[in-house]
Design a protein around this ligand. Sequence first.
Ligand code: 1GP
Length: 240
Amino acid sequence: MTTIYQNFLNSRIANKKLLAILLDPDKIDWNTIVTLIDKIKESPATHIFIGGSQVENNCITELILKIKENSVLPILLFPGNPSQISSEADGILFLSLLSGRNPDYLIEHQVNAVPILKQTNLEIISTGYLLIESGTKTAVERVSNTKPLDRDNSNYVLQTAQAGEMLGNKLIYLEAGSGAKQAVPLEMIQLVAQNIKIPLLVGGGITDLQGIQNAYQAGADLVVIGTAFENNSDFFNQNT
Ligand code: 1GP
């Protein structure tokens, strides 16, 4: 069976762009969940990510099971901490917040997650996670208590991404933060994409279809859309 990560690599070689819809379990309206899943099925999404900086409702497993009843898309956990791990998902972005200097988000949560992960068959995909300054304080910045990287210093962002690659991460994720005012700068995406060999994920603050295309053209292998789809489940049906 092709693993999720192998599919990322194959897509990169074939220049097939990927799209993840991010669902925050706290923001799910359970009355319309089946319609929401239908909208995801009609959309160009290739993956579903589940998680958030902080999730209060303990309904991640329930949400995954509901999605699985209605969709075959791979489901990846995108957790803010180990309490968001569910063995019902297909895999997990095992994130290390490389942009910050908070040991909890660099290694402590990961260590604490191990006994939980050992009880699951989740595909574990180590991901260097870089928060980029986006004009406003986002939840990731608040919850992790770290500073994002300067959006005007692409060279340092690249250096951080390359350190992540050298450490053995399988993916790099450039994150502006959910609901960010400004998405990751395109020239930054381009610089990083051209200088790492592992797949590049980009998300945060992308609010229209052109923004997705721009990120792809700059070199993103996968774009993550959360808020725009949350606010409008017809987001992918609009004309650019
Ligand atoms: C957040 O990158 C994701 O972690 C998605 O961000 O909600 O702004 O689309 P948005």
